[in-house]
Ligand binder design. Structure first.
Ligand code: GAR
Length: 203
């Protein structure tokens, strides 16, 4: 059984998708903890409903990075809950080196673009502004940096003529809810290997 911890700041739809997939596919995966920096995050209510241990560890200042003291609280809580794989699901902070070193090669993220295009905030708006024909979403291993690291899975979403930021993000999220649970499954089944920066998926 693989114990994962989910970090979320927003509405938590990826958390819900992962929790649903674990149940329907009877995966040997347990969500051991849900942590958020945002007391308003719906991830807390989802975790409560799903019977998952959850905690809000807020940060006084709204910055890209958490303070080292706050990061330490995240690490301690994740370790206490025996988390082996950290899944960032709309957690809008960049983790620092000390955090990363506690979970080497065991932190993944989902981003709403075909990385390395459109890193950072509101990637779907960036895609619309740029005028690309296709965008999508990416799961990847996390490195120190904003939305960088070896790519695991990607899904492509066409940009339609009538798309607004909202409709495009909604369609990207439908794909996120497919590739993020699948990524967790592949890792739980030991089917992901890394050679340099290249991820291989084994049958
Ligand atoms: C998702 O679209 C995710 O890709 C994005 O935040 C949203 C969270 O949605 N993450 C990033 O932009 C990371 N740079 P959710 O709270 O409904 O899971």
């Amino acid at each position: 059984m693989l114990t994962i911890g989910v970090l979320a700041s927003g509405k938590g739809s990826n958390l819900q998708a992962i929790a649903d997939y674990i149940k329907t596919e009877k995966l040997s995966v347990k969500v051991g903890a849900v942590l958020t920096d945002n007391p308003e995050s719906s991830a807390l209510a989802i975790a409560e409903k799903e019977g998952i241990d959850h905690l809000c560890i807020p940060e006084a200042e709204h910055k890209t990075f958490l303070s080292s003291a706050t990061e330490k609280k995240y690490v301690e809580t994740l370790k206490k809950c025996n988390v082996e794989l950290v899944c960032m699901a709309g957690f809008m902070r960049v983790l620092k080196k000390d955090f990363m070193e506690e979970f080497p090669g065991k932190i993944i993220n989902i981003h709403p673009s075909l990385l390395p295009a459109f890193q950072g905030l509101a990637a779907w708006e960036q895609a619309l502004r740029y005028g690309v024909q296709f965008t999508g979403c990416t799961t990847h291993f996390v490195e120190c940096g904003v939305d960088t690291g070896p790519v695991i899975l990607q899904a492509v979403v066409p940009v339609l003529k009538e798309d607004t930021a909202e409709t495009l993000h909604r369609r990207i999220q439908e794909k996120e809810h497919v590739i993020y649970p699948l990524t967790v499954r592949l890792i739980a089944e030991g089917r992901i290997s890394l050679s340099g920066r290249r991820v291989y998926i084994n049958n």
